[in-house]
Design a binder for this molecule. Sequence first.
Ligand SMILES: *[C@@H]1O[C@H](CO)[C@@H](O)[C@H](O)[C@H]1NC(C)=O
Ligand SMILES: *[C@@H]1O[C@H](CO)[C@@H](O)[C@H](O)[C@H]1NC(C)=O
Ligand SMILES: *[C@@H]1O[C@H](CO)[C@@H](O)[C@H](O)[C@H]1NC(C)=O
Length: 476
Amino acid sequence: MAPNFSFDAGAGFAFVSKSAFLASAAIIVFITAAAFTRRYLAKTTTPPPHILTFPPTRRHVLSSFPQFEKTKIQPEILASTLKRRALTTTKKADLSKDNLYTPMGFATQEIRALGRFPDYSILTGVRHPEPCSPSWDISKAVFRPFRPFRWGYHQHMALMKYEPDWWVELEQNYHKTMAARKALLSSHGDRIFFQGPGADLAARELMEMLLQFLCKRYPQHFSLSNNNSILHNGLLNTTTDLLTTPPLRVLFDTIPEDYAIMLRNESDGFYYLRAAMVCSSVGWDIAQHRDEPLRDIHTHVPDYASKMAMSMDRYFSKMPTDAPVNRCSWSIEDWEAMWSSPEVDAGWTRSAFSASPEKLTYKDLKLRCDAQTLRRLPMSGAVVFNFKAVFAPFEELRTEAYIPALLHRVLLEGKENLITYKCVDNVRRVAMDALEKWAADQVAQGVVPPDWEVGTLEESPFFPGWREKWARQQGF
Ligand SMILES: *[C@@H]1O[C@H](CO)[C@@H](O)[C@H](O)[C@H]1NC(C)=O
Ligand SMILES: *[C@@H]1O[C@H](CO)[C@@H](O)[C@H](O)[C@H]1NC(C)=O
Ligand SMILES: *[C@@H]1O[C@H](CO)[C@@H](O)[C@H](O)[C@H]1NC(C)=O
């Protein structure tokens, strides 16, 4: 292996290796021919930065499963073995063949021994959710009021601690959303849903984890029977045969949220999008990104390549299973789009008012928040990106303490390319006028002190008093 390479160089790998190269080149040039230097460099700069980086293994938990009671578990597998004996993720993998390893260090025979529906709280190190409160009623349930505004605004991943009770959040539009998704699947299935040949293990694992979650969180609506082979969905009144239905299809028909599965490519150590079902994309569709590595998927995000790509790659390479994260992004829109794509609508525009911008008022505006979860699956090592689009009438912000002043500041002084990404100009202008007035009202009413120094709220991504508001909305 390349001797002057630090695989942990991490931030700025390319940069580090280049300066290492310059230093060694300076010496070599003195002692040998330039041709040799070129050959040397071609060889030493080839290994991709994360090819020997594997996520922290969860092998040690195997001994908690009865199947492994009598087995001596090797706690760690060498990175060189994981590389040499890697279970492929780029074509159909043969799980019946022994001694092939996932990036998590699980061997194929161990995966078979774990069987269907192993206890994922043990495998992941993330507890099961608590059942939702007995007073929770899906016909009144609303999403929590996400207001993830931050000031000073630095672009970073803005990660928040994962909340084990909230991986899936069901609310009163369940039936409506499920019906809309089903219609979308039949009209544009190939744009919203795909699964590559190497993603079978990850797909099954994700399905089992999510169904285990649902049955624990919403036991009044979901249950498993027949040795975990039948799923009962009491909301849609359906039963699904889990032995014959493709796992991602089970999820599509059960949970109104979006999922994208990234798998580690065993030949370069980068993560590629191998399976997905994404219905809430507006202005793009997930099929455009099929099989792309992480950095290509984000080309539309301002400053991604220059500021985030390398640290994201590094983050993915090491992200532990027992520390999932949440984040929340936002935008302001003038209609509640679920899915639309220029690929199928030549005249597509983001704004519904592009032909008559003067007609737009703040009453038309919606705050869109995408509550996201990033989790590493414990066996396949897949990284699953999950999100739900949550729309709220913009006018709700009027009575939420501190929010108008905070968002006004972000829209006024935020970095231009980020703000234009979050809303079109016309929407921005109308939103700012309303927010300025509401912020002044809150000062006049004594809700916000006149000398408040605008900054990210302690309650972020929520706001002071959000629990009371949320309880009121649901009739508690
Ligand atoms: C996996 O990585 C290798 C090396 O970068 C690349 O050539 C190959 O196309 C990738 N495989 C797939 C299926 O994306
Ligand atoms: C239930 O499924 C497991 C595999 O997950 C299998 O080992 C076991 O024999 C099954 N039990 C019955 C009663 O079918
Ligand atoms: C649920 O489905 C069963 C069997 O298909 C049917 O008998 C029952 O009436 C349905 N219940 C509801 C609430 O739709």
